[in-house]
Design a protein around this ligand. Structure first.
Ligand code: HAM
Length: 416
């Protein structure tokens, strides 16, 4: 038996209803806030992510599915969508038409991480990005929009963690302070040793206990923010309070991608074991320039679609078995032709209809109708053909009535 690759999985028809409902809610809410959908390729030139996410991040260093094209140039299965959206914004000169773009995209991402509950090698994200607006009020609006989506989906017990990562100016002063605090200590893990020179901020995010211990009492970025970054963060907090969005400030939230500036946030749950982040995002005011575009601010987030589904499905155990409105059982050539035509007509009128193609006994066919979870079973046998009627069984009530064939479609239209 050939099976899926480790970390890759099928999402089966039984599970799909929750996925579709989330997608629909997300699209509705995003579009109400002025977002437009964009669809992007899954394969990009490696440099989109290497430059965008940062050469020294875990994603770029260890987690990308990268392979050479026929000329030996590296290409990568996208590990995230933000860098791709920015690549597209620049490539199509969207900024020339209107620098302000609100875009969303939903689709699979790929990271070579160790698979576990809530962590896959192919996973799905719901991504929303705003390019061209630097107001902190927008940062708050993004978080309000995200909260609204979780509220609509009735997802509870989430905590919103926020932090400010400052701009390159205040980050530089902070890095110096952090490095001088860490001094010449030799107890940092191998990764942190490298981070010291490449990206000291990421030391704050280290999960190794000895590193964490040494960070106790370390200087915090919030004490090094420049005036502009401070005001930005204060305005964000005020706006969140205006909308009663509860949040916690997490001084150690640095996120795993290098492009963030100022606002960074994560929505976390306690329901998924080690994989606590359901969504993450933040501002990236330097990314567009890094990828070769004009100086343009940006902010956005990605929801871990798989994780959100897991939380919702665990709670609701949703009934995924939506059956047809009408299930046709026909016996004999003439009856089958009638069922065939009526079934098509119903479907064309947006009424879910199916027919049994098996030509079996009444008992066996009725079993199939039951299994289909239909609301009505339409029976067409020899008698029905002779009399020009259809026997309609209401599966919930168990009652049966005869309906003139010519009135059948209109009766069903009235019944749904
Ligand atoms: P991220 O934090 O790397 O951010 O991913 C966002 C979310 O994707 C995570 O919070 C998590 O729910 C989900 N996720 C990540 N990796 C996996 C995995 N291996 N399996 C299942 N779910 C996963 C980004 O990707 C940024 N591009 C977000 C962003 C958009 N920032 C600004 N704009």
């Amino acid at each position: 038996m050939i099976q899926t690759i480790r970390g890759f999985r099928d999402i089966l028809p039984d599970e799909i209803q929750v996925w579709q409902r989330i997608e629909q809610e997300a699209k509705n809410i995003f579009e109400n806030y002025g977002f437009k959908e964009i669809r992007l390729p899954i394969l990009e030139k490696t440099e989109v992510f290497a430059r965008g996410i940062g050469e020294n991040t875990d994603i770029v260093e260890k987690e990308m599915f990268t392979f050479p094209d026929s000329k030996g140039k590296n290409q990568t299965m996208r590990p995230e969508a933000t860098a791709s959206i920015v690549r597209s914004y620049i490539q199509h000169k969207m900024y020339a038409r209107d620098p302000e773009q609100k875009l969303y995209t939903i689709g699979p991402m790929f990271r070579k991480e160790r698979p576990q509950k809530g962590r896959y090698r192919q996973f799905y994200q719901i991504n929303a990005e705003v390019l061209g607006i630097d107001s902190p009020i927008l940062d708050a609006q993004i978080l309000v929009m995200l909260n609204l989506l979780f509220k609509r989906l009735e997802v509870k017990n989430l905590s919103t963690k926020i932090n400010s990562l400052g701009c390159p100016l205040c980050r530089k002063t902070y890095n110096e302070a952090l490095l001088s605090f860490i001094g010449n200590t030799e107890n940092l893990c191998e990764d942190c040793e490298r981070r010291k020179t490449k990206n000291p901020l990421r030391i704050l995010d280290c999960k190794v206990e000895s590193c964490r211990n040494q960070l106790e009492g370390a200087p915090l970025l919030k004490d090094y923010l420049c005036d502009e970054c401070k005001i930005h963060f204060e305005t964000l907090k005020n706006c969140l309070e205006l909308e009663n969005i509860s949040y916690e400030i997490d001084d150690y939230l640095v996120r795993g991608l290098d492009y963030y500036t100022k606002t960074a946030f994560e929505i976390q749950t306690r329901e998924l074991g080690a994989q606590s982040a359901v969504a993450g995002g933040g501002r990236y005011d330097g990314l567009i320039e890094i990828l070769g575009g004009p100086k343009t601010p940006g902010i956005g987030f990605a929801i871990g679609f798989d994780r959100l589904v897991e939380i919702i499905a665990a709670k609701n155990g949703e009934n995924n078995n939506i059956g047809p409105i009408v299930y046709f059982l026909a016996f004999g050539k003439k009856a089958s032709e009638k069922a065939f035509k009526l079934c098509n007509e119903l479907a064309s009128k947006n009424i879910r209809a199916e027919m049994d193609f098996s030509d079996k006994s009444m008992k066996a066919s009725m079993k199939k109708a039951n299994k289909s979870n239909c609301r009505f079973c339409a029976i067409i046998g020899e008698t029905e053909v002779e009399k020009g009627i259809i026997s309609l069984k209401n599966m919930e009530l168990g009652s049966q009535e005869e309906i003139l064939e010519k009135d059948f479609i209109s009766t069903m239209e009235k019944n749904i």
